[in-house]
Design a protein around this ligand. Structure first.
Ligand SMILES: Nc1ncnc2c1ncn2[C@@H]1O[C@H](COP(=O)(O)OP(=O)(O)OP(=O)(O)O)[C@@H](O)[C@H]1O
Ligand SMILES: [Mg+2]
Length: 400
């Protein structure tokens, strides 16, 4: 069954790369756009020499093989109109808006100039992995620039930016039904990385800032910068150094424990809670019982009060069943032990209502145990919400 779906993907991929699509699917049109873009990047005239024709053929061939195009720093300066529009910045560089000469919009992510070894490794990993992956819920990498002066990645442009803007802003809102579809699409993108690529890809940094939205608010997972290819046969990837973002990173990411693809399931669970609450999971200074939202969801679930949770989250009656499903699934995804978390394939089925969601065990039990241990060894009680923040420690201690 899985083999069949993988093969279907490849067939669709070949189809979308080689034919001018008449379908409205955004993924096939971007592929064709890239071909058109490349045609106009390479100077063409009627008296082209055999050498020029050969190089055009090679470029088009590369696109068909899903190989990203290599651009020069001069081309990137032109595409971005001298880097005039900044989209935002992240841990490894600044993203700019731009367009190919034929008008196809792009996002150019320029990595910080003083590349340390880790950032350079990330760059190479990203080019190699994204260039070979293609799915309707993954951001497409068109090309890259690797030059002593400029290291950059050229992506398809996502008109509606990243999900965090909509979840955490008072002005921008997405209705609940669309948010639920965004959760499903994101889960499918991660499922593809985990289960349908030739080699499993672990993302390591699933969070709302890395879920981008196209003009129809269809989600695409971005930034495989932290992704490492790992063979299916290898069950564990050794974790060297901290990865991911605090608050979303699974416990094994910041503890000396083996890290597997289940770390993405944990981060996806945290993302589900943020979609549900349309707020950051950690919100110090508000209502104390709701400071750390995932814990509050557990408390509500344990007391059989998920209905009132939907009310607080301002989810209308018709969306309540989905809200309950999302709450229970979130609690499964953030289980402390990786083996207790479902696979992304299962996550998709449960979100879509195809598979029943059993009663989740308490995912935060370890925090209570940890807090008790800490209290007995130091004479202080540590509130559980602090542990949830992962590697960032802002500890609230109460003398006992
Ligand atoms: N392909 C794209 N299309 C449209 N906007 C984009 C695109 N890529 C990035 N952006 C915008 O630029 C911002 C910065 O992206 P960037 O990936 O550099 O940082 P980040 O996602 O916040 O952090 P991280 O470095 O952990 O990924 C994003 O929040 C998003 O709004
Ligand atoms: Mg990002």
């Amino acid at each position: 069954m899985k083999l069949q779906s993988r093969e279907t993907n490849r067939i669709q991929l070949r189809h979308s790369s080689r034919t001018r699509s008449t379908s409205s699917s955004s993924s096939s049109s971007t592929s064709n756009n890239a071909i058109e873009a490349t045609k106009s990047i390479i100077p063409q005239n009627e008296a082209s020499s055999p050498v020029e024709i050969a190089s055009i053929e090679k470029f088009l061939d590369n696109i068909m093989k899903e190989k990203p195009i290599r651009f020069t720093p001069q081309q990137l300066t032109e595409f971005t109109n001298n880097y005039s529009i900044q989209l935002g910045s992240g841990g490894f560089g600044i993203a700019y808006r731009g367009s190919f000469p034929n008008g196809v919009p792009i996002a150019v992510k320029v990595l910080h100039k003083a590349l340390n070894k880790r950032a350079e490794e990330q760059f190479m990993a990203e080019v190699a992995t994204i260039g070979r992956t293609y799915h309707i819920h993954l951001v497409r990498l068109y090309g890259f620039c690797f030059d002593p002066t400029v290291k950059a990645l050229v992506y398809e442009f996502m008109e509606n930016g990243s999900l965090d803007y909509y979840l955490f802003s008072d002005n921008l809102r997405i209705e609940w039904a669309t948010l639920y579809e965004i959760a499903i699409g994101t889960a499918k993108g991660i499922r593809y990385l985990h289960e349908e690529c030739e080699q499993r890809i672990i993302h390591y940094d699933i969070k709302p800032g890395n879920v981008l939205l196209d003009k129809n608010f269809s989600p695409k997972v971005a930034d495989f910068g932290l992704a490492k290819l790992c063979n299916r046969d290898v069950t564990h990837v050794t974790n060297t150094g901290g990865r991911g973002t605090p608050g979303y990173a699974a416990p094994e990411m910041w503890m000396p424990l083996p890290v597997t693809h289940k770390c993405d399931v944990y981060s996806f669970g945290m993302l589900l809670f943020e979609i549900l609450g349309r707020r950051r999971n950690l919100n110090l200074g508000g209502n104390e019982s709701q400071e750390w939202f995932p814990r509050w969801v557990w408390d509500k679930y344990e007391n059989g009060e998920l209905g009132s949770l939907a009310l607080v989250c301002r989810i209308e009656q018709e969306g309540r069943e989905k809200a309950e499903r999302m709450s229970k699934l979130g609690l499964w995804c953030v289980q402390y032990k990786p083996e207790g978390r479902p696979s992304m394939g299962k996550v998709v089925r449960m979100l879509e209502g195809e598979e029943e969601i059993m009663a989740p065990p308490n995912p935060f039990e370890y925090m209570d145990l940890y807090a008790k241990e800490l209290a007995s060894s130091t004479g202080t009680m540590t509130t559980t919400s602090t542990i949830s923040r992962g590697s960032t420690t802002s500890t609230k201690s109460i003398q006992v």
